[in-house]
Design a protein around this ligand. Sequence first.
Ligand code: BG6
Length: 494
Amino acid sequence: MTSRIIPVKPFDYVVFGATGDLTYKKLIPALYHRFADGQFDEQSKIIGIARSNWNDEQFRSFVRKSINEFIDKSLIDKDIVNRFISLFFYIANDINSDKGWAELGEQLRDEENIIRAFYLAVPPSIFAPICDNIAKWNYWHSDARVVVEKPLGHDLQSSKEINDAIERTFCEDQIYRIDHYLGKETVQNLLALRFANILFEPIWNSAHIDHVQISVCETIGAGTRGYYDGTGALRDMVQNHILQLLCLVAMEPPASDRANSLRDEKLKVLHSLAPISGENVEKLTVRGQYGGVSAEGVSVKSYQEELEKSKKGSHTETFVALKLALKNWRWSGVPFYLRTGKRMAKRMSEIVIQFREIPHSIFSHAKGAPIPNMLVIRLQPDEGVKLFMMIKDPGPGGMRLKQVHLNLSFADAFNERTPNAYERLLLDVIRGNQTLFMRRDELEAAWTWIDPIMEEWQQTDRPPQKYNAGTWGPTNSIALIERDGRTWHEESDF
Ligand code: BG6
């Protein structure tokens, strides 16, 4: 493992929102792993900034707590933890006043070889004052970077406003817009699968593919997350993560793995999305909201029950399914079915490439008809790839056809801890590699496609269809695909 670690330059990582959930649950554990693996050392600094009147010691205990909670015990080494914790400093700041800004200047180092990155783990409503202050206090320089997370807007207009505010200080190649799905190993593997093998590319088109499914199913609920209500599954999951997955599946081979080469191709996919608007919204989309269940001693609250009183009756969707088309040469006539939801039967994210039937079967006397090939790319859990194909069932008894699968399970093939998405992304910022981050035009193209769907839903203001927690979503989502003579892939044991 160590031999594959490429150390990065020393850095000053400034984290706004340092006492929040994202820092606690994701950023600290990710940085710990990278430090423990030797990717950076004591020459780097992590400067936490937030409103609470903490000091360095209090912040360091928070860091220690995060490590104890989120790092596997077997990977906690006392000496490494102590060295790691010594990199953390804290500044109490108020973005609406001068409090804390001069102290930040004392912490930042002006040496040329030290990379400066600002991570805004705060709501987008305060991106503008933070960026403005960075400029005002002269903490910006041409090699500094800023990292931002969703929600980058709730529609095209608000997303433009957020980006305009950031761009008053930083230019596009300094802005790292995180979509953590792109940092997942299995998502990056999609690129390897498609473009490091000769096998798939010649048949990766409408002549050979019948349809594509992308499912991101979760078992967790959403009603207790303040942000979720009024946001819903379409904005929370489809606008970013799922459209990014779609881009990787559908894009043309980029000329290289350079950031803009890849992002140009993803953008073309987003531009070829057939618009869904007006009455098509009813035909091509399904919204759902989970109801509670109470059976065999297990009781799960409905979304409505989880909501605070003032939000009861909300029409926010916790599930969405869509059928979409790409208007381009490669994918003409190939439907893409997407679905995502909370409180579903199983936690499972996968991409299914369903190939067409063979043009002519020579097996008129065989038992069992040839079943079309299918490639299932499992993103999580049980990461791996399965290729379903036909063989002759061995032994006597004439020609009997049987479906089997070639199975590449990552856990079996690579007996290693899979790094989480933030480990890769946080250090890509330091490396200056924007490949796995969204460019502004991608973000806006995604919102341009999403907005008419949201508008139609708002206009008709129908409640989402109920589905029971622990199921595969509302019945209309099953009808959406079965109307076309197809079914969602739900193989229980991947
Ligand atoms: C986040 C969404 O971006 O992704 C959450 O806001 C969702 O609602 C999460 O649960 C899913 O991420 P993962 O990595 O657990 O699949």
